[in-house]
Design a protein around this ligand. Structure first.
Ligand code: NAI
Ligand code: MG
Length: 336
């Protein structure tokens, strides 16, 4: 039985890592039936809209997507398509697992970060009050956290902990300074935690101290529960702890749709050169397999990635190897 899923190749290295990932999923016998659609710069170059309605309609139908990185112009230009997708489909939970594959600074990191994905400072209620070049010009940005949104993401994290055998959740906040914006988050998360007493441990940490502790002693953490901005930053810190963006997957999950992606960007500096590391998107495809109840295939995929990187020592340039995207993918498929 095939599962319909939307495929967005994306910009820059997107088409290269997407092609590699689809080839690996085929070799694995993954049940997806792809509906390929455009978004980002490639959609702009094609006809104008960075998020075409045909792409939105496809995701509305499949409720499931695998997405390559999208180029977002900095400053002016169109609004981030990634942010628009999260809002459109209310993908309120961002899941960022970080697990060591190649031992480096640390041997066995295994931390899952859950980030609130549509509230906080990313609602982008931004105002700029220009006075020309006048030093009195003012920039204002408003963050919005709702009790409902905070409870919802907390419940997602605790349910994830229970279903994945996780022991402890650390609530990350800055309630000493941002007493309203992150105070409501801490309060709601603590309240939800009481429903899981005896099953999942809970503690909390102020975000700056947490950032330092992650580097000094990461093994004290099991799961992190974060507001939008803090989660964005700490999830990339986590990626760094396990060897960089090329090895880190992400999932954006809502009640009615889920979008799986690599966490790196479109890497314009290496696009089209055939050297991109496809592992991040492949691990995201693994999360997608878990999401549709095929943890068995996800496990095989992860295992094959690990063996290819560690035993066969086939690695792309970003990991110190010499293999191109296609050579790495072929080696991985041999292992599958
Ligand atoms: P980036 O992640 O694209 O690149 C940062 C550095 O990491 C570059 O040197 C790049 O070559 C390298 N790199 C990234 N992924 C790699 C991979 N798979 N294999 C080997 N090397 C890799 O971040 P940057 O340069 O800040 O952003 C470029 C564009 O991507 C921007 O337009 C940005 O908005 C967009 N972006 C999109 C994301 C998404 O769609 N989820 C996430 C992050 C950035
Ligand atoms: Mg980010």
């Amino acid at each position: 039985d095939k599962i319909p899923a939307t495929l967005i190749a994306g910009d820059g290295i997107g088409p290269e890592v997407t092609k590699a990932t689809v080839a690996v999923l085929d070799a694995l016998g993954a049940p997806f039936e792809w509906d390929e659609r455009k978004a980002g710069m490639s959609a702009v170059n094609d006809g104008g809209d960075p998020l075409p309605s045909a792409t939105l309609d496809s995701i509305r139908r499949t409720r499931l997507a695998l997405k390559g990185p999208l180029t977002t112009p900095v400053g002016g230009g169109f609004r981030s398509v990634n942010v628009r997708l999260r809002e459109e489909f209310k993908l309120y939970a961002n899941l960022r697992p970080a697990k060591t594959i190649i031992p480096g600074r640390y041997d066995n990191i295994d931390i899952v970060l859950v980030r609130e994905n549509i509230e906080g400072l990313y609602v982008a209620h931004e105002h700029f009050i220009p006075v020309g070049n006048d030093p009195r010009a003012v920039a204002v940005s408003t963050g919005v956290n709702t009790r409902d949104g905070c409870r919802r993401i907390a419940r997602f994290a605790f349910e994830y902990a229970v279903s994945h055998g996780r022991k402890k959740i650390t609530i990350v906040h800055k309630a000493n300074v941002l007493k309203a914006l992150t105070g409501i988050f801490l309060e709601a998360a603590r309240e939800v935690a009481t429903e899981y007493a005896g099953r999942v441990e809970v503690d909390d940490r102020i975000v700056d101290a947490c950032a330092m502790q992650l580097v000094l002693n990461p093994s004290q953490f099991d799961m992190l529960l974060c507001t939008n901005l803090f989660g964005d930053i700490l999830s990339d810190e986590l990626a760094g702890l396990v060897g960089g963006l090329g090895l880190a997957p992400g999932a954006n999950i809502g009640e009615h749709a889920a979008i799986f992606e690599a966490v790196h960007g479109s890497a314009p500096d290496i696009a089209g050169k055939g050297v991109a590391n496809p592992v991040s998107l492949m691990l995201a495809a693994g999360l997608m397999l878990e999401h549709v109840g095929r943890a068995d295939l996800a496990g095989r995929l992860r295992q094959a990635i690990s063996v290819t990187l560690l035993e066969d020592q086939v690695r792309t340039r970003d990991l110190g190897g010499t293999a191109g995207t296609d050579a790495f993918t072929a080696a991985l498929i041999r292992r599958l």
